[in-house]
Design a protein around this ligand. Structure first.
Ligand code: MCN
Ligand code: FES
Ligand code: FES
Length: 907
C-alpha cells in the first residue's frame, strides 16, 4: 500500500492505493476522472494520456509506485467542461474530430501539451507529435484532427476568434446537408460521455467482475474442466461453465439460406465438447474484483485432446481434413453466379484473356475501445444486457435460445461504443455476461483486454479469388469467370451472406454481360469471420480492380480510360453482376469529375521523387449496396411532448459513425413544416425496451432504411397534427382532440433477394466511388508511403457533411492499413496494435481530397444513399495499383509489406 497526495486539475487529492495500481486506474476508479480511457492498456494508443508535471504521459502502464507525492496532473476535465469548452474542444467539434470519441480526450490533452510547447505548429509538427506520443485513432483518418489542432492553435494565439469555430444556423434554418455538430460531440470532447467501462464503475455494490478462461489451442476435444481450486478462492462467487447454462448453449447464426449444409447452431456460448478456435471461452470466473477473477481463472484446469488445426481454407479443404463440426462438411455453402451467355466460348475467342489469383487477408477491426459489457436482472425479472452490440434485436434472437431465456424477458441496450467497424454485427460477450448473470443472480461486468479483443472477436474473412477476364483488344469487357473461397473461421453466422457478396460485387461497376463463377464458404480453426466495414466488397473487388490495371497495360490503354470506357451506362441499359439495373447511373459523372484530379495525380507522380524513391498513381472503382439483401425493413417512432418538442425513438446503433446526427438531421428535415429547432428533437436510442426494431447498423443501411422509417414516423405525426388550414395542432390541441401522441413509421426496401444464380435486385441504393492513390516506394527496402489520396464519391444527397467527410477519411485510412500493414494471421504477433499493423498518423496521408457527385436517390431518404462502407471498398486496390505504377511490383496477396514489395520488384 502507498499513500499519495496528487494535485489533479488544480485540486489536492489524497489517495491510498496498491504499489502496482496504475495511474490510469487510480484516476478513473478513485478520482472519477473518466476522460482517462483505457484502450490498449499497454502504452500503444494514447487514450489514457494526461499531462504530468507539464509532460504528456500515458498512464495505463504507469505504476503508482513511480508517481511521486505532489505530482501535478492535468486531464481533459481540467482543460474544458461542457459549459466552458476550451478552443481545442471547440475545434474538435467544428472539424468532426470525435466520431466514436473514445480516443478524443487523449488527443485533447496531447494537443494541449503540444500547443504549450509549440504555439504555431506546422501540419508536419502536429503529425510528428501525435506519432511520437502514439495517439491512435481508428475512426477519423487523422486529417480532421490536424485541421482541428491548427484552428485551436490559431484561436489560442488570438489569430482567430472562437466564434469562427461555432456552427452558424443557415438562413433557411435547415441542418440537412450542413456541418451541424453531432449531439454527442460536446460530451465526447470533454471526456464526459460514458462508455461501457465507465458505466461498469457505476454498478451497484455486490456486482461481480468476470474473467474468462480461454482456449490456448485452436482445435481440440474438451476432456474435462476442473473449477474446484478456483472456486475455493476467497472472493470467487462462482465459476460458470456450460453445465450452468439452461438453454442450448449455442449462439445461432439464424441461417436463412436453405442450401447451407450446416444448421447454424455451431457456436457454443461456453465450450462443452470442442474447442473450435484460439480464445474460445471455456469458463467465466465471477468474483468480487477483476484481480481476483483473473487470478482464479488461471486456476481452472482444463484437459484437452488436441486435434489438427486448420488455420486457413486450403488446409481445411484438404482431402484428409476432418470435419471441424462433425456432421457438417468444412465446405458448407456454395454460391453460383450465372449471368448471360456461357463464358467458355467467349474465353476461347477473345483477343485477350487474363488470369490471376488474389488474396485479401484476415483484417482485424482494431477499435481503440476493447469489447465490454454487463448484465443484470431488473425488478420485473428481465435479463438486461448492455454491450457494444450494433444489432440489438438481432442479437437478442441469436442468444436467447442458447441462454434459455424467452425473448420477451431479454432487454438489450447499446452502450456508447468506442468503434466497432462491424465486429459487433456478431454478438461477442453478450451471451457470456448473460450466462454469468443468470448463473449467479447478480449483476456482472466483463471488460476484455485489448489482446482478448484481438483474439476473441470476429475478423474480416480472408478471400482467395481466382479471376479470368476476357476482353477485346480495344478494351471491351466480354466475359468473366471467377472462383472465390471465403475462409470464415469456425462459426457459420453470416458466412453464406458474405459468400454471396462475391457474386454481387466481383466485376461491379462495369458492363459485364457474361459471368460464370462459384463461391465457397469454408470452416477453419482461425478467428471466426464477422462483418467488417465493406463486408465482402474489399474482398470481392480487390482482384478485378487490380486485373483492370493488368488489362490496361496489356492492351496499351490508360487505366483511367479503360475503366471509363466500361462503366455502367444508362444509354446501354447496363446491369450489375446480379443482372439488375443500378438505381442511378452516376459513374460517368464520377469519371468526368475525376479526370482533372487524376491528371493532377499523374503530374505529381511525374515529378522527381527523392533519391532512392519512386512515385506512382493508382486508381480503382468501388461500389457497395446500402442495405441488407432484399426487402430490408426498419421501424421508428416519434412522440409529441407537452412543451411542443418531439422525442424520436430509434434503434440506429452507433459504432461511432454518427447515428445521433443521422436521426437528428433526417427528422429535422422532415419536420421542417413544424418549424422545430434541432434542440427540440430529443433522441432516445438503442434500447429494445422502448425503441422499435431498426435492424442492425451493418451494410451502410441505416441512413437509407432507418432514415426512411424516420420520415414515415415523422409524416404520420404531422398528418395527425395537421389542421384543415394546413397549420399544425399544439400538444394541448392534440390532447383535447383525443389524438394519439406517439406514431410509428416503417419502411421496407423495394428490393429482391438474389436467386441460386446470384441474380436479383438486392439493394435499393448503392454507393459509388473512384479511388486514387499516390505512393512513394523506397526502392532499397520496398517500403511504401501513401502520400496522397483522392476520392470522388456519389452517395446521393448528404445529410451531414461532417459525418460524411469523417466516414470517408476514416475508411480511406483503414484501406491504407488493409493494403500495407494490417493482419491477424499470427495469433501471438498480431495480438497487439503495433504487431497487427495499426496505422498511426504518419502512415496515413495528410493530403486527402474528397469530391462529391450528389445524384439524388429515388428511394433514398431526402435523396440520400449510405456512406459508411464506401471508403473501404477499394482504396487498397488503388494503393496496390499505385505501387505497380511506381516500381513495377505487382502484389496480389495482401498486405503488401515491404518484403513482399521488394520480392515483387525483383520478380
Ligand atoms: N450519412 C449522411 N449522408 C448520407 C449517408 C450517410 O450524412 N448520404 C451519415 C449518417 O447519418 C451516419 C453516417 O453517415 O451518421 C453513416 O451512415 P450509413 O452509411 O447509413 O451507415 P450506418 O449508420 O448504418 O453505419 C454503419 C457503417 C458500417 S456498416 C460500419 S462497419 C462502420 C461505419 O458505418 N463502422 C464505423 N462507420 C463507422 N464509423 C466509425 N467511426 N466507427 C465505426 O465502427
Ligand atoms: Fe494507455 Fe493505450 S496507451 S490505454
Ligand atoms: Fe478516434 Fe474513434 S474517434 S478512435
Amino acid at each position: 500500500m502507498l499513500k499519495r497526495t496528487l494535485k489533479v486539475n488544480g485540486v489536492e487529492k489524497f489517495i491510498i492505493c496498491d504499489n502496482d495500481d496504475t495511474l490510469a486506474s487510480v484516476l478513473r476508479e478513485k478520482l472519477g476522472l473518466l476522460s482517462v480511457k483505457i484502450g490498449c492498456g499497454t502504452g500503444q494508443c494514447g487514450s489514457c494520456s494526461v499531462i504530468i508535471d507539464g509532460k504528456l504521459k500515458r498512464t495505463c502502464a504507469l505504476k503508482m509506485k513511480r508517481v511521486e507525492d505532489f505530482t501535478e496532473i492535468l486531464t481533459t476535465e481540467g482543460i474544458g467542461t461542457p459549459t466552458k469548452l476550451h478552443p481545442i474542444q471547440l475545434a474538435w467539434i467544428a472539424h468532426g474530430g470525435a466520431q466514436c470519441g473514445f480516443c478524443t480526450p487523449g488527443f485533447v490533452v496531447s494537443t494541449y501539451a503540444l500547443l504549450i510547447a509549440n504555439p504555431k505548429p506546422t501540419r508536419e509538427d502536429i503529425r510528428e507529435w501525435f506519432q511520437k506520443h502514439r495517439n491512435a485513432c481508428r475512426c477519423t483518418g487523422y486529417k480532421p484532427l490536424v485541421d482541428a489542432v491548427q484552428d485551436a492553435a490559431a484561436v489560442m494565439r488570438g489569430d482567430m476568434s472562437e466564434d469562427e469555430l461555432m456552427f452558424k444556423m443557415p438562413e433557411d434554418q435547415r441542418i440537412w446537408g450542413s456541418k451541424y455538430p453531432r449531439p454527442t460531440a460536446v460530451a465526447k470532447v470533454t471526456g464526459t460521455l460514458e462508455y461501457g467501462a465507465d458505466l461498469g464503475l457505476n454498478m451497484p455494490e455486490g456486482s461481480l467482475k468476470c474473467a474468462l478462461v480461454q482456449a490456448e489451442v485452436s482445435h481440440a476435444n474438451v476432456i474435462s474442466i476442473d473449477t474446484s481450486e478456483a472456486e475455493a478462492m476467497e472472493g470467487v462467487e462462482k465459476v460458470v461453465t456450460y453445465k450452468d447454462i439452461k438453454g442450448k448453449n449455442r449462439i445461432t447464426g439464424l441461417i436463412t439460406f436453405p442450401t447451407n449444409k450446416g444448421d447454424g447452431w455451431d457456436r457454443p456460448i461456453l465450450a462443452d465438447e470442442k474447442i473450435f478456435q484460439y480464445g474460445d471461452a471455456i469458463a467465466i470466473v465471477c468474483a468480487t474484483s477483476e484481480k481476483i477473477a483473473k487470478a482464479a481463472a488461471k486456476k481452472v484446469k482444463v484437459e484437452l485432446e488436441q486435434l489438427p488445426e486448420y488455420m486457413d481454407a486450403p488446409s481445411a479443404m484438404a482431402e484428409d481434413a476432418i470435419e471441424i463440426h462433425p456432421g457438417t462438411p468444412n465446405v458448407y455453402f456454395e454460391q453460383k453466379i450465372v449471368k448471360g451467355e456461357d463464358t467458355a466460348p467467349i474465353m476461347d475467342k477473345a483477343d485477350v484473356v487474363l488470369e490471376g489469383s488474389y488474396y485479401v487477408q484476415r483484417q482485424p477491426h482494431m477499435p481503440i475501445e476493447p469489447d465490454v459489457g454487463f448484465a443484470f436482472i431488473d425488478d420485473d425479472g428481465k435479463l438486461n444486457i448492455h454491450s457494444k452490440s450494433i444489432g440489438l434485436h438481432l442479437h437478442a434472437a441469436m442468444i436467447a435460445p442458447g441462454l434459455g431465456v424467452e425473448l420477451e424477458n431479454l432487454i438489450m441496450v447499446q452502450n456508447y461504443a468506442g468503434g466497432t467497424f462491424g465486429y459487433k454485427f456478431s454478438p461477442t460477450m453478450e451471451a457470456l455476461v448473460g450466462a454469468a448473470c443468470l448463473a449467479t443472480g447478480k449483476p456482472v461486468f466483463l471488460n476484455y483486454t485489448w489482446e482478448q479483443q484481438q483474439q476473441y472477436t470476429g475478423k474480416r474473412s480472408p478471400f482467395f479469388t481466382d479471376i479470368r477476364l476476357a476482353a477485346s483488344k480495344d478494351g471491351e469487357l466480354l466475359g468473366m469467370e471467377t472462383d472465390w473461397i471465403c475462409d470464415h473461421g469456425p462459426y457459420s453466422e453470416f458466412g453464406d451472406l458474405l459468400t454471396l457478396r462475391g457474386a454481387q460485387f466481383i466485376g461491379a461497376g462495369y458492363k459485364l454481360e457474361n459471368i460464370r463463377g462459384l463461391g465457397k464458404t469454408v470452416c477453419t480453426n482461425h478467428a471466426w469471420g464477422s462483418a467488417f466495414r465493406g463486408y465482402g466488397a474489399p474482398e470481392s473487388e480487390f482482384g478485378y480492380e487490380v486485373m483492370m490495371d493488368e488489362l490496361a497495360e496489356k492492351i496499351g490503354m490508360d487505366p483511367f480510360d479503360l475503366r471509363e470506357k466500361n462503366v455502367y451506362r444508362e444509354s446501354q441499359g447496363d446491369t450489375t453482376p446480379t443482372g439488375c439495373k443500378p438505381e442511378v447511373y452516376c459513374l460517368e459523372d464520377i469519371f468526368t469529375a475525376g479526370r482533372p484530379k487524376y491528371e493532377e495525380m499523374k503530374k505529381w507522380a511525374a515529378e522527381d521523387a527523392a533519391e532512392g524513391f519512386k512515385r506512382g498513381v493508382g486508381i480503382a472503382v468501388g461500389i457497395y449496396g446500402s442495405g441488407l439483401d432484399g426487402p430490408d425493413t426498419a421501424e421508428s417512432a416519434i412522440e409529441l411532448n407537452k412543451d411542443g418538442s418531439v422525442t424520436l425513438f430509434n434503434c440506429w446503433h452507433d459504432h461511432g459513425q454518427g447515428a445521433d446526427i443521422g436521426c437528428l438531421g433526417t427528422a429535422h428535415e422532415t419536420l421542417r413544416p413544424l418549424g422545430l429547432k434541432p434542440e427540440q428533437i430529443h433522441l432516445v436510442m438503442n434500447d429494445t425496451r422502448n425503441c422499435p426494431n431498426g435492424g442492425p447498423a451493418g451494410g451502410s443501411r441505416s441512413q437509407v432504411v432507418i432514415g426512411n422509417a424516420i420520415i414515415a414516423a415523422c409524416r404520420n405525426l404531422m398528418d395527425a397534427m395537421r389542421k384543415a388550414d394546413n397549420s399544425y395542432m399544439s400538444y394541448d390541441e392534440m390532447v383535447a382532440a383525443g389524438k394519439e401522441l406517439r406514431y410509428e413509421g416503417k419502411w421496407s426496401a423495394p428490393a429482391t433477394d438474389c436467386d441460386e444464380n446470384g441474380q436479383g435486385s438486392p439493394f435499393a441504393c448503392y454507393m459509388y466511388g473512384l479511388f486514387m492513390s499516390g505512393v512513394e516506394v523506397e526502392i532499397a527496402t520496398g517500403k511504401v508511403q501513401v502520400e496522397k489520396m483522392k476520392l470522388v464519391a456519389d452517395i446521393g444527397k448528404i445529410n451531414n457533411k461532417l459525418a460524411v467527410d469523417g466516414q470517408m477519411y476514416g475508411g480511406l485510412a483503414q484501406g491504407v492499413g488493409l493494403a500495407l500493414t494490417e493482419d491477424y494471421e499470427d495469433i501471438k504477433k498480431h495480438s497487439t496494435m503495433v504487431g497487427a499493423g495499426f496505422p498511426y498518423i504518419k502512415q496515413i496521408p495528410d493530403d486527402i481530397e474528397l469530391v462529391y457527385v450528389e445524384t439524388e436517390r429515388p428511394d433514398g431518404p431526402h435523396g440520400a444513399s449510405g456512406v459508411g462502407e464506401l471508403p473501404l471498398t477499394t482504396p487498397h486496390a488503388s494503393v496496390i495499383n499505385a505501387i505497380y505504377n511506381a516500381c513495377g511490383a505487382r502484389v496480389t496477396h495482401l498486405p503488401a509489406r515491404p518484403e513482399k514489395v521488394l520480392a515483387a520488384m525483383k520478380g
